[in-house]
Design a protein around this ligand. Sequence first.
Ligand code: FAD
Length: 320
Amino acid sequence: MSVLIFVDQAEGQIRKASLEALSYGVALAKQIGTTANAVVLGNLAKNAADLGSYGVSKVYHGESDTFNTMDAQAYTNAIMEAVQKSNAEVIVFSHNQTGRAVAPRIAAKLKAGLVAGAVALPDTSNGFAVRKSVFSGKAFANVAITSPVKVITVNPNSFRIAETGSETAQVEKLDATADNAKVKAATVNKVQGEVPLTEAEIVVSGGRGMKGPENWGILEDLAHSLHAALACSRPVADAHWRPHHEHVGQTGIQVSPNLYIAVGISGAIQHLAGVNRSKVMVVINKDAEAPFFKAADYGVVGDLFEIVPKLTEEIKKLKG
Ligand code: FAD
């Protein structure tokens, strides 16, 4: 019995959200007194054995060029091979795009209970209960998994990455390749900004108050100065001011950064549904009655076209 963590990579680099899931899985293995192993697919810029420094004993590596383009079915087949080889009892994913696509397939194949979007380690004192946020971050639920095999996806930015030392892990190659997995669909082009939105620690988001796409330069400057990802409200994406993959909210992407800066966004309930898991929210709006101020930790009442460039200037000064 063991814990198996799926470690996601993009262009050979391990994703930050996956390292959080990895640390979660290693801590869980320690808690239940078992070993932690990882599975990684595609070509890595670094040696797969280096994942040992996060506390895993073994890394199952599916090294095939075709794994560099994500196909949920091919990934599922390869991960299933690693599950069987490691005799895994708990399988952990990040709650990112790949984890959300693959974890339910693994759970269905293993007839395992799945908790999506865990925010803390399971309580194993009496069963196996996993804490997750519900109702768009308004409440928490402790969900018990009663099946022998368990699958968990971990919310990005909910668990700290912990390097445990400089050990190297044993690497075992997987037989599965994307070629023999009857691939029916593959990701051919990943649209991504400077910082992936779901993994960003800081998000700078613009709404209809920005007046038009030609004004986004001031938000790009602010985002760049903070190494932040850009996001927008739904009407902004609907009007084609910004691409749809930046739209956050009930019908868009859900984010949980450490800092969310909302610029010219009124704070409608459907927008808040996607952002209210942020640790700190700062709102810049010229209308002191805007509903967003009720949800915000800090608010600036004023004209964004004056405030944002000044804010960027001050941040640049602080960073030298
Ligand atoms: P507005 O509500 O028009 O607000 C613009 C704000 O900018 C105002 O508060 C204004 O005071 C401020 N402003 C204007 N000029 C300036 C200035 N110069 N300086 C400072 N502030 C300024 N919305 C989402 O965002 N995400 C979703 O996922 C989503 N899903 C939805 C699902 C459904 C079923 C429905 C019905 C709606 C959904 N919406 C969603 C839409 C949502 O209800 C709001 O209409 C939308 O969030 C408003 O976007 P906004 O805040 O950018 O625009």
